[in-house]
Ligand binder design. Structure first.
Ligand SMILES: CC(C)(COP(=O)(O)OP(=O)(O)OC[C@H]1O[C@@H](n2cnc3c(N)ncnc32)[C@H](O)[C@@H]1OP(=O)(O)O)[C@@H](O)C(=O)NCCC(=O)NCCS
Length: 185
């Protein structure tokens, strides 16, 4: 689905826009996927696993997300540069269409500027406007205090743990925590 463009001011005073992806965003999105995967262990892919993302694949993905009635993809540009993306997806199935799954990743250069907060406000608005959605869900990896702090600020609470869900290249095992935020209208 598509939403209206959102223009806002970052904590450092720069202007930013959150909007749906367009074909002109394809190359920057491919760079962003590779860069973000190398900047943090809290994303579930390594940079060398990004080869499966292609311009054709991104084009199809953008078109599909924008035309879909069960997901929204947003990206944020700061002074023209791609800073991050987020997605909210929900099922068409009757038994699970009340659950919407959220995901987000911002490039390190743009952390702590309020982009995550503004993206979540918009994803929550989308969820609230869908008559079936009663809860938003997401996971975060053990140690991701910035993400946890953002999610708790946005009203999420921890509901469970998936022990050793992530295994890093050096063998380190990390738990994944599930969070839920109720949608009230
Ligand atoms: C987690 C992430 C999405 C947050 O986005 P963001 O744009 O930096 O978020 P915001 O700036 O809106 O808010 C971050 C909040 O965390 C707080 N924070 C920053 N560093 C923190 C830390 N080390 N511990 C706890 N809280 C922290 C900030 O103070 C801010 O809260 P405030 O607005 O009340 O001051 C972003 O850092 C990111 O993409 N990280 C890498 C990928 C990732 O981890 N994705 C999530 C996977 S679950």
């Amino acid at each position: 689905m598509t939403v209206q463009d959102i223009e806002f001011t970052l904590k450092d005073g720069r202007r930013a826009v959150i909007r749906n992806p367009r074909h002109e965003d394809i190359e920057d999105t491919l760079d962003y996927l590779r860069t973000s995967a190398g900047e943090t262990e809290f994303i579930v892919r390594y940079p060398e696993e990004c080869g499966r993302y292609t311009p054709e694949g991104e084009r199809a993905f953008f078109d599909s997300a924008n035309a879909s009635d069960h997901e929204v993809m947003l990206l944020c540009r700061v002074e023209g540069k791609l800073a991050g993306t987020c997605q909210l997806q929900w099922s068409r199935a009757i038994k699970t269409r009340h659950r919407a799954m959220a995901a987000i990743a911002i490039l390190k250069e743009y952390w702590n500027l309020g982009i995550g907060t503004r993206m979540f406000q918009e994803m929550i608005r989308v969820a609230e406007e869908n008559p079936y959605i009663t809860q938003m869900e997401l996971d975060f990896v053990e140690g991701n205090t910035r993400a946890r702090s953002l999610y708790e600020k946005m009203g999420f609470r921890i509901t469970g743990v998936h022990p050793n869900a992530i295994r890093l290249k050096d063998g380190t095992l990390l738990n994944e925590y599930a969070m839920i935020r109720e949608i009230k209208r």
